[in-house]
Write a protein that binds this ligand. Structure first.
Ligand SMILES: Cc1cc2nc3c(=O)[nH]c(=O)nc-3n(C[C@H](O)[C@H](O)[C@H](O)COP(=O)(O)OP(=O)(O)OC[C@H]3O[C@@H](n4cnc5c(N)ncnc54)[C@H](O)[C@@H]3O)c2cc1C
Length: 259
């Protein structure tokens, strides 16, 4: 089974700040990590390869520094790594991002399964996975919490729902987006780290994947971020401390003040 895992480098959530001048994410001095959901997608791909054979290719669209994250993915079990990187991709919204990743997946060719995280922890739209599937004209299932059985023809998965889960059989090729409950990602082995050090991360440009200039980056992005801001805290806030009983007593006393 040939699997592509889309992984995105994101700012570490504990460091996310907004630049008050530009209303954009302040990325300077902020540590970058592999999007946590994508780590679970990678683990699932490696487990499926261990069962069925084939290859796991990790794919990212991003700046040159995303290479470090792709090497980390190799250390955790991926076979190949591809970075789609070109100044022409700058300013891409989810529409242009899914177009670019689709062109890269078509360039890789012969892909049975594409895995994505449910969402990226910075953009948070959860649009890119379904966007790729629509462009590839393949079926997709979002919020997958378990892969049950798989063969060369189909995969049976559980889709997380508010009140339980759906069991869905989907023919291959297909795309899945995964939630964190799906598995416990492995820690990179020493052998994996050695392999990652020596591995070649293939870098593909817009021309390499045959991307149309008017479909990528800012030119190919129909949406624009007009403003990004931290919401103002609403009203008076109090934080109660102590045991649960003490906090309940404090809460009751506080409510009495409003009666
Ligand atoms: C007008 C506009 C301009 C923007 N300009 C920039 C900019 O200059 N720089 C910038 O960094 N962001 C920019 N963004 C944000 C960018 O559009 C999103 O980060 C990107 O499209 C992915 O969307 P998301 O983060 O919501 O991902 P989601 O849809 O939430 O991600 C779901 C999954 O898709 C996959 N995925 C998503 N993105 C990638 C990727 N790049 N590579 C591989 N897999 C991926 C992962 O598996 C991820 O778990 C801009 C957005 C807009 C609207």
């Amino acid at each position: 089974m040939n699997i592509v895992v889309c992984i995105k480098q994101v700012p570490d959530a504990k460091d996310v700040r907004l630049d008050p001048e530009t209303n954009t994410l302040a990325r300077d001095g902020v540590e970058s990590i592999m999007n946590p959901y994508d780590r679970h997608a990678l683990e699932e791909a490696v487990c499926l390869r261990e069962q069925h054979g084939g290859t796991v290719t990790v794919l990212s669209m991003g700046p040159p520094q995303a290479e470090a994250m792709l090497r980390e993915a190799i250390a955790c079990g991926a076979d190949e790594a591809i970075l789609v990187s070109d100044r022409a991709f700058a300013g891409a919204d989810t529409w242009a991002t899914s177009y670019t990743l689709t062109k890269a997946i078509e360039t890789i060719g012969d892909v049975d399964l594409t895995l994505c995280g449910k969402q990226a922890i910075d953009g948070d739209t959860a649009q890119v996975g379904p966007g790729i599937a629509c462009r590839l004209k393949i079926p997709f299932v979002t919020c997958v919490q378990k892969t049950r059985e798989s063969s060369d023809e189909a995969i049976i998965v559980e889709r997380m729902m508010d009140d339980g889960f759906d069991v869905i059989k989907v023919p291959l090729p297909a795309l899945l987006t995964v939630v964190k409950d799906i598995n416990e990602p492995r820690v990179a082995s020493l052998k994996g780290k050695m392999k990652a050090k020596k591995a070649t991360v293939k870098v593909l440009s817009a021309a390499d994947i045959g991307a149309e200039a008017d479909q990528i980056g800012l030119a190919g992005s129909p949406t624009q971020v007009v403003k990004v801001f931290s919401p103002e805290p609403r009203g008076d806030r109090r934080i109660f401390t102590g045991t649960v009983e003490e906090q309940v007593t404090q809460l009751v006393e506080s409510i009495k003040g409003y009666l």
